[in-house]
Design a protein around this ligand. Structure first.
Ligand code: GAP
Length: 476
């Protein structure tokens, strides 16, 4: 090592972002909320956004299916993350690694030995619980949420990794794990990706994909499940610059949620206490959201040091150090890891967007409406095309408008039921614009009414101006 001064490329740009940062022991009580979890779950089921997996067989705990609108919303969350983390940057590249990896990976990472939660069994009804999730009663005693008994077995450490077998032999030599995080592939493939993408440290490898954890007590809808998706990025930096990069990624990730319309008062950054840190981390913060049930983790942003590259170098026998040609120096990079959950982010965006409001009716009265004020980048449908009725004069023009808009935006054509009901339906799924075709459209002006979801204001526009008008408003 010759030169200890840092080059500009080594250090993060300054981000002027005001974040709400709290101590490790900050109160987790959610307080009053616009949305109740029951309302969100009910809306998701009613509109086919998210529903229980294998429902006709009685469901499977901790597994959920995303219906047409849910799948689109989920795609949009992932697309927004990839846009911010990969597309708009020169220093992050993408990876899509396999879920099944060599079993030694999980020994090196520490998951085989330590990826456990404390499990207790109720001595009365034999239900099993995660010991640290049991709530005390008013007397401060822990009780079984199923039968109320207060007698539990001694806690046992339960490994959360799902195991399966590769090939036809079901013995330990064929045993592999379903990955419990996407992160490890970014470490294991570090040298290959760095070399082939010709990236120089500092740079990142990002991945979106499924992870599996055999959670003892899945709960709170899609918040804690057994099969979920993660959006993780491992950002490799020169040791000594890691703390600045950690701060940079905290600010960057905070801003991502805000830019997608999340209310800042519902978001906070909470530092981990020393005894809360994972075995690999020098420092970690959680991005927390004020869910109706409590302030809870949306994303962790950890300074993982060189723990993972060091472990994999040792366990595989392959040197994963990096030669920094500019500094003429070889080192194991440190890693800053923003690790977010797709399902949890989606739940937070749904909760944050959920409103019950009063809306004027066509007859001059007042009605209640439920509206998802989703950011337009996240809304599963961007434009709904609605003929005033199913009248045969209106339908061909409405179809033509829909066909014109379909290649440009996610549209939905709907001619079933009263127009007011159809507006409510679109409000409930968060569609930013409704385009209505009426008799004036076809008989006189070839213009349509464009209704804005949030203000409910209506504007009359010539059909041929729609692509530009909507394009401008829906542009990212
Ligand atoms: N590689 C680091 C890592 O996996 P983590 O805090 O265990 O860190 C990152 O997970 C994110 O993945 C969490 O913040 C959360 O959003 C999501 N996640 C973790 N376990 C989950 C579960 N059982 N259900 C839904 N999302 C989960």
């Amino acid at each position: 090592m010759t030169d200890t001064a840092t080059s500009d490329r080594d250090l993060p740009p300054a981000l002027d972002v005001e974040i709400n940062r709290v101590d490790a022991d900050a109160d987790t009580t959610a307080g009053d909320h616009d949305a109740r979890m029951e309302d969100i779950v009910e809306l998701c089921k009613r509109r086919g956004i998210i529903f229980q997996s294998s429902e006709i067989y009685g469901g499977l705990r901790g597994a959920w299916d995303y219906g047409p609108l849910g799948a689109a919303l989920k795609d949009n969350v992932k697309a927004a993350w990839k846009r911010s983390m990969i597309q708009l940057r020169d220093d992050v590249v993408q990876l899509d690694a396999s879920i099944l990896m060599h079993p030694r990976v999980w020994e090196a990472s520490g998951h085989v030995a330590g990826f456990t939660d404390p499990l207790v069994e109720c001595q009365s009804c034999n239900q099993r619980w995660r010991a640290d999730h049991l709530e005390p009663n008013t007397k401060g005693e822990l009780y079984c949420p199923n039968c109320g008994a207060k007698d539990f077995s001694e806690p046992k450490q339960f490994n959360l990794m799902f195991r399966t077998f590769v090939g036809p032999t079901e013995d330990t030599s064929a045993q592999v794990w379903m990955r419990p995080e996407t992160a490890q592939a970014m470490f294991v493939d570090f040298a290959h990706v760095q070399l082939t993408s010709r990236q120089k440290v500092p740079f990142g490898i990002a991945q979106v994909g499924k992870s599996f954890r055999n959670e003892i007590t899945p709960r709170n809808f899609i918040f804690r499940v057994r099969e979920f998706e993660q959006m993780e990025m491992e950002y490799f930096v020169r040791p000594g610059t890691d703390e600045q990069w950690h701060d940079y990624w905290i600010a960057n990730r905070w801003q991502w949620y805000i830019d997608l319309g999340m209310r800042p008062e519902n978001l906070r950054i909470r530092d981990h206490a020393a005894d809360e840190l994972s075995h690999y981390a020098k420092a970690t913060v959680d991005v927390e959201y004020r869910f109706p049930f409590a302030w809870s983790e949306l994303e962790g942003i950890a300074n993982r040091t060189d723990f993972d590259l060091r472990q994999h170098s040792e366990f595989s026998g392959k040197d994963l150090s990096y030669f920094d040609a500019e500094r003429d120096e070889r080192y194991l990079p440190y890693v800053i890891e923003p690790a977010a959950g797709v399902d949890r982010s989606m739940l937070a965006f749904l909760v944050d967007a959920y409103r019950e409001e009063e809306a004027p009716t066509a007859k001059g009265g007042v009605d209640k409406r439920t509206v998802l004020r989703l950011h337009h980048a996240l809304a599963p449908v961007k434009v709904a095309v609605l003929p005033l009725s199913r009248n045969e004069k209106l339908v061909p023009t409405a179809r033509r408008v829909n066909d014109m808009l379909k290649p440009l935006f996610a549209t939905q054509y709907d001619d079933a039921g009263a127009i007011g009901r159809r507006y409510r339906r679109q409000d409930e799924i968060g569609t930013p614009f409704c385009v209505t075709v009426d008799f004036e459209t076809v008989e006189s002006d070839q213009a349509v009414t464009v209704r804005d979801r949030d203000s409910m204001s209506q504007e009359r526009l010539p059909i041929d101006r729609l692509p530009d008008y909507l394009g401008e408003r829906l542009r990212l």
